[in-house]
Design a protein around this ligand. Structure first.
Ligand code: TYM
Length: 334
């Protein structure tokens, strides 16, 4: 608890071009939940280093991500929005937690298996211990809740296991966090292959809607989305393309599946795809305008980064010192 409120923690990697999946699966829920909780949102730049980055582009992307959080409606004066790499406690706690994590657990992580098959030439130890750094992010702030998309659920489970393991030896040191996975939009699929998750690293640019796509591009990509040979707008397991579009439309417009099925009763896929495209473009356009506006205000963003670094430092150090003490590391002499 901080200021009488439960704590929320989440973040995104500062890699690649963010997609509609990141927005509907995570960012949108962060905004809905942020009044209720004391919130920490990290720009996860340390996690991004498991893949080689171009330093100049990387710095720009990390800044763009910071601005995106604010543009989406997270007030940096109320929410602690900060860079993971600015708070040394993340890497420090990750080391300590590495000593409480089993290789057998890490071997089971599906994201590690996926990513190591995609980057066969660079299967580094960071990729392997990635979930431990994520556990450190969350546990450092004693988070109660972690809003994420469905693909991160396994990482939340290992975080809980590590926290419980530590607590069982040393007493109640860590709050054991709960995942928050939205009812709609928790797993947005590729527009070109609805069996695959929409991902920023997809080579087919038509597979993903990027948060930077303009209105025409969004509508064009939805028009080209893979569906089926039927022509009925209905949510069903055997209609993965249409079901994915319905999920996106429902998350974007707030309409239920029943309402959507009624709205397009007797109409073809063309009308439906256009409506989905428009509802998404209606969200992205104002978001992009706010990003452009905020990007101009360098002094404001810089002052928020500075203030929030200090806030994150303060709360993370509290946890880190407690952990170090429990483990028997020698206390600092003041
Ligand atoms: P990342 O950067 O891959 O994704 C950020 C968030 O977006 C969600 N997401 C999706 N949701 C629905 N459909 C999709 N197609 C989709 N693609 C991505 C992700 O589930 C995530 O919530 N390891 C994390 C970043 C991280 C983190 C943390 C998150 C590091 N430390 C601590 C929470 C708490 C990651 O790579 O997310």
């Amino acid at each position: 608890m901080i200021n009488g409120k439960k704590v929320l923690y989440s973040g995104m990697q500062a890699t690649g071009n963010l997609t509609l999946g990141n927005y509907l699966g995570a960012l949108k829920n962060w905004v809905t939940l942020n009044e209720e909780y004391e919130c920490f949102y990290g720009v996860m730049d340390l996690h991004s280093l498991t893949v080689r980055q171009n330093p100049t582009e990387f710095r720009q992307r990390a800044r763009a991500l910071y601005i995106l959080y604010v543009a989406a409606g997270l007030d940096p004066e109320k929410n602690c929005i900060y860079y993971q790499s600015h708070v040394s406690g993340h890497a420090e706690l990750a080391w300590l937690l590495n000593c409480f994590t089993y290789m057998g657990e890490l071997n089971r992580m599906t994201q590690f298996k996926d990513k190591s098959s995609k980057h066969a030439d660079n299967i580094n130890a960071g990729l392997y211990t990635y979930p431990v750094l994520m556990a450190a992010d969350i546990l450092l702030y004693q988070a109660d809740v972690v809003p994420i998309g469905a693909d991160q659920k396994q990482h939340l489970e290992i975080t809980r296991d590590i926290a419980e393991r530590f607590n069982s030896v040393y007493g109640d040191v860590f709050t054991v966090p709960e995942p928050f996975i939205g009812k709609k939009g928790a797993r947005v699929m590729s527009l070109q292959d609805p069996a695959k998750k929409m991902s920023k690293s997809d080579e087919n640019l038509n597979a993903s809607i990027y948060l930077t796509d303009d209105r025409d591009t969004v509508i064009r990509k939805f028009k080209r989305a893979v569906t089926d040979s039927d022509s009925v707008v209905r949510y069903s397991e055997d209609k993965p393309g249409i079901s994915n579009l319905m999920e996106i439309y429902s998350a974007a417009s707030g309409k239920s599946y029943d309402e959507i099925e009624k709205e397009f009763d007797g109409k073809g896929y063309g009308d439906f795809k256009l409506a989905v495209g428009e509802s998404v473009a209606d969200i992205l356009q104002p978001l992009q305008a706010r990003v452009a506006e905020l990007a101009k205000d360098k002094a404001y963003i810089d002052s928020m980064i500075k203030a929030n670094d200090e806030k994150a430092q303060y709360f993370s150090t509290k946890t880190l010192r407690k952990v170090q003490k429990k483990l028997g590391l020698t206390e600092r002499i003041r």
